[in-house]
Design a protein around this ligand. Structure first.
Ligand code: SAM
Length: 350
C-alpha cells in the first residue's frame, strides 16, 4: 500500500501536507502529495510500495498536529456501479489483512457531507459481505476505512487499532452542555478527551483540584473545571457568568493574564487568551518552569502563513527551554475539531 489517506480540517491541506512530508522523511519514506484546496483530505503517495503501511505502523499518530485521521489505502477505486458498489469494494478489502470493524467516512467538506447518507446505506451490506468472506475478525489489529468521494469513487484502506484517532474522520462530536456560558466550552472538553485517556480522568481531573483559567470570561472553560469539582481562579477583565460565581468554587481576578501568578501552585492551568502565539507559548513555559502548574491546556492562534512551520518552531522552543532546565514533560499539539484558526496544546509536567 503506497497511498496514505489523511483527513484534515478543510483549508488546512497545505499544513497537513507539509507535516506528513516532513515526518515521513524522518522515517525514510518519500513521496508526493495529491490534494485540492478545501477538500479536507490529503494523499501522500510513497515511492516505496508498502510505504503508507509502514508509516501508519511506525509514525506515532498522536504526534501529528494537522492530521485528524489516517489510513493506508489502495489506489482510488473508480467506476463503482450504482446497482452494486459492494462487490468491487470487497475485492479490494480481500487483499488487506483481516479487520476488526468497518468505519465509513467522508471528507469533512461540503461535498463530503452530501455523501454521508450514501455511506450509511452502504455500510450494512458491505459489513455483511466482509463477514461472509472472513474479512472481519473480532481481535484483528486493523480498522477498515471507506471514504466515499462521490457515488463512483472511493478510497479504502486500513489503520492500526492502536495508532489512529478513535473517532470516525478524527471528529469527536460533542453536544453543547446546557448551562455552559459559551460554545468555547467544547474546546476544553475535546482537548481532555483527546489528550487524557478516559481511565486517567478521575486521577488527573479530580474533584478538589485547584485550577487557573487565563482569559476565562464568560466562563466556558471554567464551567468544565467546575463540573469536575475543581476550585478555579478565573482571570479576565471581562465579566464571568453569575451562575458560575454562585457555585462558590470560582474566584474572579480582574487582572492581566500575562502577569498573574497564583499564591500557591495549582494542578491545572488553562489559557484561552487569543494573543500572539509566541507570547502564549512563552507564558505556559514560564508557569511550568516556575513550578506553578502540573498540566496545561492552551490555545495557540495560527498565523496566516507558514502555519505548520510556526507551530513546530514554537513547540521546539518550548521543548528547548524544558530540556535546558532538566524538566521532564510531555508536550503535544493538535488542531482539534473545535479549533478554527488555532491549535490546542497540552503540557504535562512529571
Ligand atoms: C476566547 S475568549 C475566552 C473564552 C472562554 N475560554 C470561555 O470558554 O468562555 C478570550 C478571553 O481572553 C480575555 N483576554 C484577552 N487578553 C487578556 C489578558 N491579557 N489577560 C486576561 N484575559 C485576557 C478576553 O477578555 C476574553 O474574555
Amino acid at each position: 500500500m503506497n497511498h496514505l489517506f489523511l483527513h484534515c480540517r478543510p483549508g488546512f491541506e497545505k499544513e497537513c501536507a507539509a507535516e506528513i512530508t516532513e515526518r515521513a522523511a524522518e522515517l525514510g519514506q518519500y513521496g508526493y502529495i495529491k490534494t485540492q484546496e478545501s477538500s479536507a483530505y490529503v494523499l501522500f503517495v510513497t515511492h516505496e510500495p508498502e510505504g503508507a503501511r509502514h508509516l501508519v505502523q511506525n509514525l506515532p499518530f498522536h504526534e501529528l498536529i494537522f492530521v485528524r485521521q489516517w489510513f493506508a489505502a489502495a489506489p482510488i477505486v473508480t467506476h463503482l456501479p450504482p446497482e452494486d458498489r459492494v462487490t468491487p469494494l470487497l475485492a479490494v478489502a480481500e487483499t488487506f489483512p483481516a479487520v476488526r470493524e468497518l468505519v465509513v467516512e467522508t471528507p469533512d467538506s461540503n461535498a463530503g457531507k452530501e455523501l454521508s447518507t450514501l455511506g450509511r446505506k452502504l455500510a450494512s451490506p458491505f459489513v455483511r459481505a466482509l463477514r461472509q468472506t472472513g474479512c472481519v475478525q473480532a481481535q484483528a489489529p486493523w480498522f477498515l476505512h471507506l471514504v466515499l468521494l462521490s457515488g463512483q469513487r472511493a478510497y479504502i484502506g486500513i489503520s492500526p487499532v492502536n495508532n489512529r484517532a478513535p473517532w470516525p474522520m478524527g471528529i469527536l462530536r460533542l453536544r453543547q452542555p446546557k448551562g455552559a456560558p459559551s460554545r468555547a466550552t467544547l474546546k476544553l472538553e475535546e482537548a481532555w478527551h483527546y489528550f487524557i485517556p478516559a481511565d486517567e480522568w478521575d486521577q488527573r481531573l479530580a474533584n478538589g483540584m485547584h485550577a487557573v483559567d487565563l482569559g476565562a470570561a464568560p466562563g466556558g472553560w471554567t464551567w468544565q473545571l467546575v463540573q469536575r469539582g475543581m476550585f478555579v481562579e478565573a482571570v479576565d477583565n471581562g465579566p464571568m457568568a453569575q451562575e458560575l460565581m454562585d457555585t462558590g468554587l470560582v474566584t474572579h481576578q480582574r487582572v492581566d493574564g500575562f502577569s498573574y501568578r497564583p499564591d500557591k501552585p495549582v494542578h491545572w492551568l488553562v489559557c484561552d487568551i487569543a494573543d500572539i502565539p509566541a507570547r502564549v507559548a512563552s507564558l505556559i513555559s514560564d508557569w511550568a518552569l516556575e513550578g506553578y502548574c502540573r498540566e496545561a491546556v492552551f490555545n495557540l492562534k495560527l498565523p496566516m502563513k507558514q502555519r505548520y512551520a510556526q507551530v513546530k518552531q514554537l513547540a521546539e522552543r518550548m521543548g528547548e527551554r524544558f530540556d535546558a532546565a532538566g524538566l521532564d514533560v510531555e508536550l503535544r499539539f493538535k488542531q482539534l475539531y473545535h479549533d478554527r484558526e488555532e491549535v490546542t496544546g497540552h503540557l504535562r509536567v512529571f
